[in-house]
Ligand binder design. Structure first.
Ligand SMILES: Cc1cc2nc3c(=O)[nH]c(=O)nc-3n(C[C@H](O)[C@H](O)[C@H](O)COP(=O)(O)OP(=O)(O)OC[C@H]3O[C@@H](n4cnc5c(N)ncnc54)[C@H](O)[C@@H]3O)c2cc1C
Length: 491
C-alpha cells in the first residue's frame, strides 16, 4: 500500500488526501495550525460563527464531484444560489443589485449602458469561450506535463473555443472599451481581485471570472463554508486517514533523488513513499534545504484585512449577504496596493453578512459580518498595530456608501491582518492566491504540480496549477492525484 504524507491541511491538501485514501492509499495529513482547513477556516465566538476565509463559492459541481468520485455521502451539504448575488454601492448614492434574471439585466443595461449592452454581452461571451477552452485544457491537465495522446486530441479540438477578439489585451483596457457606464466598469474591474490581482495589470483572459459568476452563479453552503472542510475531515477519518494538527513539518526528506519522508519540528521523522506539499509553492525550497527559490522573480497576489464583527442588532434590508462599497478612485486604490505597496487611503470594502441567508450563524436578532478590504502582501510586514487606522478607513468607505456599523451594538470584533494570515497558515506576506496573475505566464503557467528533480514529491493548492480560489484548488488536487497514479503506480 502506498504511503502518502500531505504537508498542510488546506482545502487542496485535504481533497488530495481524500482522493488517495479513497483509492486505498495510507494517508497522513500534517498541519501546523491547530485546526484543519488552512485559509478556509472558522472561528466561533459568543454565538457568532464566522468563516474566516472564503465566503463565495462558484462552480459547486466541482465540490459535489469530489464527494461523489470518492463515494462520500454529501446529503448534508446543501448549496444555496444567492439571488441577487451582490449589491454594489457607490459613494454618490447609486446602488446596483447585480441582476439575477434576464428581465432584470435588460432593465439594468438599458438604464446604464449606451448601446443596449452590446459591450456587456461581448465581454460575457468572451468569458464563456474562455471557460469552455479552460474546461477542455487547463482544468484537465497542466501545461508542464506532456499530454497523453487522447488529451492532446481533446486539447486540439478545444481550440475552436479560442476567442479571437477581446481576450488578448489588458483586462482594464478591454473593459473600458466595451462598457460605457462608470458603474458597470467598476463592477467588472473588481473581478480580478477574486484571484488577488489588479485589473490594470492582468490579461483580459480573466474575463472568465465575470462570466462564471454571471452565468453559473454564486453559492453558499448551509451552515457556512467550513461545512465542506468538516465533511472532508469526517470522510478521511472514516477511510482510515490520520490528520495531525498543531504539527509543523521542518523538512521534506529525500534520498538518491527520491522523497522518503518528512521531519517534524520536534525532530520526529515520518516515512513516506510519496509527499505532497500544500503550503505556498514559492517557499517549498526552504523545506528541501535549499537557499535557492525555484522562481527568481515573484509578484505575490494580494492579501487582505478582515474584520469579523458580531452585531447585537440587524442591519437594514439594503445591505445584502454580499455587499460591496466602492472607493471613489479605483485606479488610485490599485496604484497604492501594487506600486506604493500600502493599505489604500480609500479602500473598497466587501461585506459578507452570512446571517442574512443563514440565521444560524448569529444569536437571535444579531448579525454576523465578515468585512474585508484588499491589502498588499509584503513578506514579514507588521500590521497588527495598524488595526485602529484600518478599521477607521474601512468604516469611512462604508459610511460614504450609506452603511453604518453601529459601534454600540458590536458584541464581537476581531481583526485578521496580512501578518495574521502569514503566521497562521505560512502564507508569505499573507498572500491569498499565490502569485499574482499579471501576465499570461503567471496566470497560466503556475509552479508545477510535480517536482522534476525529486521523485515522489508533488505540490497541491492555490499557489500551483490551475490557480487560487476554492474550485481551482479542488481541480489542483484532482490533477495531482492523476499524476500520482501515473507516476507512482510502478515506483
Ligand atoms: C480572507 C480570504 C478570503 C477568501 N475568499 C475566497 C472566496 O470568496 N472564494 C474562493 O473560492 N476562495 C477564497 N479565498 C481563497 C481560498 O481560501 C484559497 O484559495 C484556498 O482555501 C487555498 O487552499 P490551499 O489548498 O491552497 O491551502 P491553504 O489554505 O493555503 O492551506 C495550506 C496549509 O498548509 C499548512 N502548512 C504550510 N506549511 C506547512 C508546514 N511546513 N508544516 C505543516 N503545515 C504547513 C498551512 O498552515 C495551511 O493550513 C479566500 C481566502 C482568504 C484568506
Amino acid at each position: 500500500m502506498k504511503k502518502l504524507i500531505v504537508v498542510g491541511a488546506g482545502l487542496g491538501g485535504l481533497a488530495l488526501a481524500l482522493r488517495a485514501a479513497s483509492a486505498g492509499w495510507s494517508v497522513h495529513v500534517v498541519e501546523r495550525y491547530r485546526t484543519p482547513g488552512g485559509k478556509m477556516n472558522r472561528l466561533v465566538q459568543d454565538g457568532y460563527a464566522f468563516d474566516t476565509g472564503p465566503s463565495l463559492i462558484t462552480l459547486p459541481e466541482i465540490f459535489t464531484g469530489l464527494f461523489d468520485e470518492c463515494h462520500v455521502d454529501r446529503s448534508e451539504l446543501r448549496f444555496h444560489r444567492l439571488l441577487p448575488l451582490t449589491l454594489y454601492r457607490f459613494s454618490d448614492g447609486c446602488s446596483i443589485a447585480y441582476p439575477s434574471s434576464l428581465a432584470d439585466l435588460a432593465q439594468t443595461l438599458e438604464k446604464f449602458e449606451s448601446d443596449k449592452g452590446r459591450g456587456f454581452w461581448r465581454l460575457i461571451s468572451t468569458g464563456a469561450k474562455l471557460m469552455e477552452l479552460s474546461r477542455r485544457t487547463f482544468f484537465r491537465t497542466t501545461p508542464r506535463e506532456l499530454p497523453s495522446v487522447s488529451e492532446a486530441i481533446q486539447m486540439l479540438s478545444a481550440l475552436r473555443w479560442m476567442p479571437i477578439r477581446n481576450a488578448w489585451g489588458n483586462y482594464a483596457n478591454t473593459v473600458e472599451r466595451n462598457l460605457s457606464s462608470q458603474y458597470l466598469k467598476r463592477i467588472f474591474l473588481r473581478y480580478p481581485t477574486y484571484v488577488g490581482s489588479s485589473p490594470y495589470r492582468c490579461p483580459a483572459t480573466l474575463l472568465v471570472i465575470p462570466y462564471l459568476e454571471f452565468a453559473l452563479g454564486g453559492w453558499y453552503p448551509e451552515g457556512g463554508l467550513y461545512r465542506i472542510v468538516e465533511l472532508i475531515v469526517d470522510a478521511l477519518g472514516a477511510k482510515g486517514a490520520v490528520i495531525s494538527t498543531g504539527t509543523h513539518v521542518r523538512r521534506i526528506l529525500h534520498r538518491n533523488g527520491r522523497v522518503c519522508g518528512v521531519e517534524l519540528e520536534c525532530g520526529d521523522v515520518l516515512e513516506a513513499d510519496v509527499v505532497a506539499f500544500n503550503g505556498d509553492a514559492t517557499v517549498a525550497h526552504q523545506l528541501l534545504g535549499s537557499s535557492q527559490p525555484a522562481l527568481k522573480r515573484i509578484e505575490r497576489s494580494m492579501s487582505g484585512v478582515v474584520f469579523l464583527v458580531g452585531l447585537k442588532s440587524r442591519l437594514p434590508e439594503d445591505v445584502f449577504h454580499h455587499t460591496i462599497a466602492f472607493s471613489q478612485d479605483y485606479r488610485k486604490e490599485f496604484a497604492e496596493l501594487f506600486d506604493e505597496r500600502k493599505f489604500p487611503t480609500d479602500p473598497t470594502v466587501y461585506l459578507n453578512v452570512t446571517s442574512k441567508t443563514d440565521p444560524s450563524t448569529a444569536p437571535p436578532g444579531g448579525e454576523t459580518l465578515f468585512i474585508m478590504a484588499n491589502a498588499p502582501a509584503i513578506d514579514g510586514a507588521k500590521w497588527r498595530h495598524l488595526e485602529p487606522m484600518l478599521w477607521e478607513r474601512i468604516c469611512r468607505t462604508l459610511s460614504r456608501c450609506g452603511i453604518e456599523i453601529p459601534e454600540s451594538h458590536i458584541a464581537v470584533r476581531l481583526a485578521l491582518t496580512p501578518e495574521d494570515f502569514e503566521q497562521r497558515y505560512a502564507m508569505p506576506g499573507g498572500s491569498i492566491y499565490g502569485l499574482a496573475s499579471h501576465s499570461y505566464r503567471t496566470a497560466f503557467v503556475r509552479p508545477p504540480l510535480r517536482d522534476r528533480r525529486i521523485g515522489g514529491l508533488y505540490y497541491v493548492g492555490g499557489s500551483t496549477h490551475p490557480g487560487g480560489g476554492t474550485p481551482m484548488v479542488l481541480i489542483s488536487a484532482k490533477l495531482v492525484f492523476n499524476l500520482m497514479q501515473r507516476y507512482e503506480a510502478h515506483s
